[in-house]
Write a protein that binds this ligand. Structure first.
Ligand code: FES
Length: 106
């Protein structure tokens, strides 16, 4: 089996980033990776809370450590195409460094 090149961690915390708890966002990443023949080199993993709840639905891509927030199903194809394949960051989805790991707003 080839070495993993990237892991896409998708927050699947039910009721928060994953509103209905059905992991639709993660499934969409898996489906698109398979469709493009990118698995198993790139893997979409479900994750628990990534502590960016105010920015959710949250996705982080390693090893690049690219944090995306407010990710919608419609963003999946673009993330795979632009970030995973093209190596480009989608600026409008990036959670800015100054908001990462911040305490939640009240
Ligand atoms: S519930 Fe998704 S980042 Fe916290």
């Amino acid at each position: 089996m080839p070495k993993f090149e990237s892991h896409i961690f998708v927050c699947c915390k039910a009721g928060k980033c994953d509103k209905d708890g059905k992991e639709k966002l993660r499934s969409a990443f898996k489906k698109e990776l398979k469709h493009r023949g990118l698995n198993p080199q790139v893997r979409a993993n479900s994750s628990g809370c990534l502590d960016q709840c105010d920015e959710g639905p949250t996705v982080v891509i390693y090893p690049q450590a690219i944090w995306y927030g407010g990710v919608k199903l419609d963003d999946v194809e673009r993330i795979i195409e632009e970030t995973i394949v093209g190596g480009r960051i989608i600026e409008e989805l990036v959670i800015p460094d100054e908001r990462l790991n911040c305490k939640k707003k009240d």
